[in-house]
Design a protein around this ligand. Structure first.
Ligand code: G6P
Length: 369
């Protein structure tokens, strides 16, 4: 009913707008009031086991797998522990090498995904330690894992996952920070910088949400498209994948996410005046390289929608449209850059008259294979 949607036309839009509050809920009690310490209790309780791991393996499906790709970069960068990310459905059937000292992190919004459950069972049999990151309290995955952390973002109703994704990335950031502190693998300066910035992410998301009408307006011109390409590098590559998935799920437009530098190995052949390309082109280490990708797209008459850092004047001259994002640390950018891509997918689907909360052929939770 309308009441449950809190005045929003769809659960998806409500859940997108809830994200500043959700991320605060997720951090509550885990980051102290002074903003200088993160404690994820499961990490502290099991720190010996986690620190003796020779590697972490993240297993998940769908959007949760995209969060896992970001988690890999965070854990490797902060903790210097190698991390592999696998689709649970592939992992469970390929006779994977699992050591007793491995730690498997299972990420699942619903806590009920059949493939993720089966991947956990397999890893458990081989003696790995299992850490769950779930939303649904008391669901199957938290019951069979050795330990874990809830993301605490509240029930997610829209089939296309939004607030669970940013909640998962927030927990993975806190996990990496807590572990890095225990391991001593991060300088105090960097540790404090990341925590301080993490605590202001909700306010920065609020700023992006103000551009919702502008994104709605922009979306109207893309209903003609049959294909979309999403490009990003580093921490933004999984964001590109997630942006493309959101569009596919609810607007039924084919979309692909690609690491920007891989464009020349294939996708560039597809670019013409009918091909919108969403480029995450914020100020980071790869800015100059992304800029040359934009020039290559423009040279082939592709339409570029760029996500840029506030105040950017260079990309705005090249791109057809720009969406400005507040500046943040590169490692936290996924939490910011994902938001306009969720809104873009939502509005394109609305313009096409699609049922955004219940897209055809998709289920919120896939409890069968
Ligand atoms: C389904 C949902 C997706 C979700 C995926 C994994 O495909 O439609 O939104 O990302 O399952 O679900 P989980 O609950 O394990 O995160």
């Amino acid at each position: 009913g309308q009441l449950e949607k809190g005045g929003y036309p769809h659960f998806m839009l409500k859940e997108i707008f809830e994200q500043p509050d959700c991320i605060n809920d997720c951090m509550r009690g885990r980051i102290n009031a002074d903003g200088d310490k993160v404690v994820l209790s499961a990490v502290i309780d099991h720190k010996e086991r986690l620190l003796k791991a020779r590697r972490f393996v993240i297993v998940a499906c769908g959007t949760s797998w995209h969060a896992g790709l970001i988690g890999k970069q965070l854990i490797e960068s902060f903790c210097r522990i190698p991390v592999e990310v696998e689709y649970a459905s592939e992992f469970r059937y390929r006779d994977p090498v699992i050591h007793e000292d491995d730690v498997v992190i299972a990420i699942s919004q619903s806590g009920e995904t059949a493939d993720t459950l089966a991947a956990i069972e397999l890893a458990k049999e081989k003696g790995a330690f299992i850490y769950g990151i779930c939303n649904a309290v008391g669901s199957s995955i938290p019951r069979i894992t050795d330990t874990g952390s809830y993301i605490h973002v509240g029930p997610e109703i829209g089939v296309a996952s939004t607030k669970a994704f940013t909640g998962q990335v927030t927990v993975l950031t806190m996990l990496a920070l807590t572990l890095a502190k225990e391991k001593g693998s991060m300088t105090d300066e960097k540790y404090l910088e990341v925590i301080r910035e993490l605590t202001v992410i909700p306010a920065k998301i609020k700023k992006i949400l103000i551009s919702n009408p502008k994104i709605a307006e922009l979306s109207r011109i893309f209903t003609y498209a049959h294909n979309f390409l999403y490009l990003g590098r580093g921490y933004s590559f999984p964001v590109a994948l997630e942006g493309a998935l959101k569009l596919k799920e609810i607007s039924y437009i084919h979309a692909e996410g690609y690491p920007a530098a891989e464009m020349k190995h294939g996708p560039i052949a597809l670019i013409d005046a009918e091909m919108p390309v969403v480029v995450i082109a914020t100020h980071n280490a790869m800015y100059e390289k992304i800029m040359s990708n934009i020039q290559e797209i423009k040279a082939r008459k592709g339409k570029v929608i760029a996500l840029v850092t506030e105040g950017d004047t260079v990309v705005s001259k090249l791109a057809d449209d720009c969406i400005e994002l507040p500046e943040t640390l590169e490692c936290l950018e996924p939490l910011i850059a994902t938001i306009p891509l969720q809104l873009l997918a939502y509005h394109v689907a609305i313009c096409k008259g699609k049922n955004v909360d219940q897209p055809r052929n998709l289920a919120k939770s896939v409890t069968v294979e």
